[in-house]
Design a protein around this ligand. Sequence first.
Ligand code: ADP
Ligand code: MG
Length: 318
Amino acid sequence: MHTKSKRYVSQFSMMGTIISLTLFEQNQDAVESVYDYLAQMDRVFSANRGDSELSRINQQAGVAPVTVSDTAYGLIQDAIHYTRKHADSFNVLMGPLVKLWKIGFGGAQVPPKTEIAKRLTLIHSADVVLNENEHSVYLAQAGMQLDLGAIAKGYFADQISQQLQDQGITSAIIDLGGNVQILGTNPATSDGRWQIGIQDPQQQRGRPRLQVQAPAKTFVTSGIRERHFEINGRTYHHILDPQTGFPVTNDVQQVTIITDNSELAEVLSTVCFFKGCERGLAMVEGRKDVEAIFIDQTNAVHHTSGLTVTNKGVFSYE
Ligand code: ADP
Ligand code: MG
């Protein structure tokens, strides 16, 4: 046999999820470096730590600009860029509404409409002042809050992939919980391609609904089932509409974006959630090197034309 099939899987509980790193040769230094990197990023970006750089910016909203590290400035700049581009869907200023709904943090409830309306005035990207020379960030209204929950893991996945390459690693799977980034060729297959399971939204995490065969790509999945609560037969989940302040409601149950850059995939997965299956598919069709798989509210699967279904029922990325 000329293919290698040994796998070394390391898992850490971090950032509210299980992080998993798969290597094909033993490399404890690489595992440690990934762990240390994510621990450091958590100290910079966590919205739940009072002393993170992100929290300092939020605490100084309406008070003063905060000078931050190059790393923090870079990701925030990207996040604001995408927010300006997709103003009515992807919005990293949703913090005041995320905190109000508390979805996924226990004690979730439907907030009073007046409170939602008040907080909708605090999510405008025109009120963000980025100073390139100082690397400072200023949220001009008191009460504004950055929340990078829909983009940060994509950025981390891209960084980790690059760091592993820099260490001479030629094959790896980086799974940041719903966000998978593949590096290099699969040592266990003769053609180097990978087979990745796409989460079944009706099952607990780790149970795939279907499989995709592909070269090294990122697979970013956003779903409404993992973090949600129910009151009076209505379900409320964690992706909030910047136009209404309520969870977005349409025919999408889960969306997976397949492309090279994980940060972009994160943004597109959220944008697709707002477009719905049909318009979401049309948007992705219009982009080169991006594919998507939607699972709608009736559990039906829809996919872009760059994916073909093989005779084994597996999707193939060409
Ligand atoms: P997942 O947590 O499943 O990866 P997303 O990547 O879509 O899901 O990110 C959802 C998180 O992003 C929410 O928990 C919240 O912190 C934040 N968020 C909620 N609504 C939006 C929105 N419209 N745009 C950007 N971020 C959002
Ligand atoms: Mg996401």
